[in-house]
Write a protein that binds this ligand. Sequence first.
Ligand code: S3P
Length: 166
Amino acid sequence: MADTIILVGFMGAGKTTVGRQLAKTTSKKFLDLDDAFVEDAGMTINEFMEEKGEQAFRQRETAVLERSLKTSAIISTGGGIVESKENRQVIADSKTTVVFLQADFSTVLQRLSSDTDRPLLRQLSMKALLDRFEYRQPLYRSVSDSVIMTKGKAPDKIVQELTEML
Ligand code: S3P
């Protein structure tokens, strides 16, 4: 198993829940990039995006990603991490194992139906959100060493699959 495991996938795919559990099982440190971002920026992602916009968010996200990769951990990323070419390169250059937690769009929507913390959910129409979802799928695949289909699986089961695979 690589020292650092990075989980990628769309919002609501279960990266944080699975990452936290995987960290416990493997006795590794858990690091959530969104939390690291909030700590770094001193404001919530909602506030940051509202004040500075998505592009500024992506730039700062790269810096947080690079810094986070200095420690060995199970890292759960934000769903948009693959949008920037720079981030994809940083991930490719890292000596980590990257796993794509693949969820289908309807499950994602169901999970996020009452969410108020994710700015893109508030800003984008359903069509624009679906476009983002589809646009990102090949990008998640392109940075990943393996893919786990999460449909119908409880986090326990996903963690079990991950530990067997890594
Ligand atoms: C985003 C996903 C969020 C967070 C931010 C932007 C995205 O992370 O980084 O709101 O662009 O998909 P989660 O995937 O952890 O929700």
